[in-house]
Ligand binder design. Sequence first.
Ligand SMILES: [Zn+2]
Length: 380
Amino acid sequence: MNFRRTTILCSAIFFAVLAALIVWPRTAMTRQQTSQKSQATPTIDEYQPKSTLVTKEHKIERAKFPFIDIHSHHWNPTAADVEQLVKEMDTINLRVMVNLSGGTGERLRNTVAAMKGRYPDRFVVFANMSYDDLNTPGFGKRVAARLEEDVKNGAQGLKIFKDFGMELKYANGQRVHVDDPEFDAVFEKCAQLKIPVLIHVAEPSAFFDPWDYHNERWEELKEFPGRARPPAKYPPFETLMTERNHLFAKHPKTNFIAAHLGFHGNDLERLGRTLDSLPNMYVDIAAVLAELGRQPYSAHDFLVKYQDRVLMGKDIYEVNEYKWYFRALETKDEYFEYYRKRHAFWRIYGFQVPDEVLKKVYYKNALKLVPGMDAKAFPE
Ligand SMILES: [Zn+2]
């Protein structure tokens, strides 16, 4: 009796478990299928596939050689800011930081005092133009005079921001063209003072294109609609390029550093041709690493061919973001994530350049262009 009851109970449990084993996965499968069916196509933000690629990774926290960041912005830095900055710079082998946002007049003097006053060989400050008196005759000559004064007060270059050529207008509504003759006196003064001009002309060409699903900067324009450069309000990209090239051509004794690969990072052959035709033109790689990183073979060959014309720069200062530059320039790592998604939905590849090229990009080219820097602080 007892034995029989136990047998029935065991059989009941056995069949229950068996039934559960057969039915449960089916239920689970059905649930999964249902949830997959009910799941709509993910949005571009929702779709975050994890790469399954296993390949060598070199996380480089510190540049192989001391380097100069030719493109950085520090507005009115305090003593405490500068102390902190130097500590951070030391961790990544950033030897000299070029602050492009020095301003002019008193502000320039204060910035030079705050940075170079404390660490004379760790900082360089570039002056900027003031447009306050743009509509008063003789503007260009006054800017040139102010720049001369700024250089006496410690400025080692001139930075021109992107409003020049796009937003800056005379009182009569006329846009200031990049090659406006009014500014000739300024650029001639730069040649005379032997200081370089770092100039930001235009924006990525995609910002001038329609904001539609074919635009590769769609995400950035969604996040920052003000970055769009629609034709109703702005000159076309090509007009700005023509004006820029004309500016460089008419001041052959002035050295120009076109910021952000001159916005030709997506067409390195064109950039090469432009550099060929303008021997006084240089470029920095600030904030356009993803352009080089998506074409590692072309980027490598371009940097080797134009090794005397390219300078290291980062733009927005963030000590933890330089490592992507080191990794791209110094390794052959493949298919790694870039640090700013809005610049690039794609992953990038290292294009490892030879040490001699790396040294030029990291510091030798900047030492040639910017006066008053101590070359002895860098390797041969
Ligand atoms: Zn900048």
